[in-house]
Design a protein around this ligand. Structure first.
Ligand code: NAP
Length: 297
């Protein structure tokens, strides 16, 4: 076995075998990244499904049993559960083990997970910027992370070797890895991911509140732009509730700026300022082209 194909870990324990956890489990098995991969999920149905799908070697509803002997533990539950899960497993973690996560918000990991980890256990928070609107173990697929960014936010003082091992895990899953501060991550993701989801939830909610006639028209003519919002607004409600509750400040700050920009466009429409509208839409079109060029479309 060459260095680049040897397993990186002996035993990987993934807590939460939903979309992201099961995608990672598949990738770990498919690319030979660990000798054994197990999961811990409070949902017995998810555990049974993960075993049926053959994506883990063992599945446990008790997270303490799941992390027993693991040299890598991945938290892949909604971020609102991190504190409780970390508290439950903390004292059972093997000395030298690495704990990482896939949560969409990063400062919360330092706040909620770090205090429960004993000395000698390394925390390397992470966020694969990849996903779909689907949930559960059946929704996952190994290629989900291919060509996507994975952002790691190790706090100052994190062992460099631990950070590098987690980075290498994601690189072998096909991701590009970037390292940044947790607070910076949360601000960037507030505009690129959290605000768009909030807007989608709002638009679809507003449409759903319209009277019965219009609602049927909304579905009928959804191809006119609304359809893309309905896909985003179908994203997991619990996961997104936890994102907004745990990235409150950054989201509120970005929402304030967005509201001001929206008001400017509202004024432009009211006063017939076509130049301003065209100028804004031309600028945004160039951003879309940039995303396509960066192969992130
Ligand atoms: P998901 O498909 O809903 O799966 C989450 C799984 O965790 C479910 O099986 C759930 O069981 C289980 N779970 C919940 N609380 C638990 C607990 N306390 N202990 C053990 N298991 C528990 O979620 P996901 O979309 O994979 O998201 C997981 C994480 O990835 C979140 O932190 C999210 O922020 C992050 N993330 C998501 C995306 C995305 O696009 N979805 C992208 C990047 C990162 P129940 O069904 O019983 O609740």
């Amino acid at each position: 076995m060459t260095a680049s194909t040897a397993p990186l870990f002996d035993r990987v324990a993934i807590i939460g075998i939903g979309l992201i956890g099961s995608s990672l489990a598949r990738a770990v098995a498919e690319y030979g990244l660990a000798r054994t991969v197990v999961c811990g999920d409070r949902s017995e149905a998810a555990c049974i499904k993960a075993m049926e799908l053959g994506i883990v070697d063992a599945a446990y509803t008790d997270p303490v049993t799941a992390v027993d002997g693991a040299d890598l533990v991945v938290l892949a539950t909604p971020v609102g559960t991190f504190a409780a899960v970390a508290e439950e497993i903390g004292l059972s973690l093997a000395p030298g083990a690495i704990v990482t996560d896939v949560g969409s918000v990063k400062q919360v990991v330092l706040r909620d997970v770090a205090p429960s980890l004993p000395d000698g256990v390394h925390l390397v928070p992470g966020h694969p910027v990849a996903g779909t609107e689907h949930s559960g173990p059946e929704a996952g697929f190994a290629a989900l992370f291919q060509g996507r960014w994975c952002i790691l936010t190790p706090p100052p003082g994190t062992q460099a070797e631990a950070t590098e091992k987690v980075a290498e895990l994601w690189r072998r899953c096909g991701s590009k890895v970037e390292i940044m501060e947790a607070s910076h991550h949360d601000r960037v993701l507030a505009i690129t991911s959290h605000l768009p989801h909030l807007i989608a939830y709002t638009i679809v909610g507003t449409a759903a509140d319209l009277e019965e006639d219009t609602k049927s028209e909304v579905i009928k003519f959804s191809a006119g732009g609304f359809r893309d919002f309905t896909r985003i607004a179908a994203s997991d409600p619990v996961m997104w509730r936890d994102v907004f509750l745990n990235n409150r400040e950054a989201v509120l700050e970005i929402l304030q700026r967005f509201t001001e920009d929206l008001t400017a466009l509202q004024r432009a429409i009211r006063w017939g300022e076509g130049d301003l509208l065209q100028e804004t839409f031309t600028k945004t079109r160039a951003i879309r082209r940039g995303i396509i060029d960066a192969k992130q479309a």
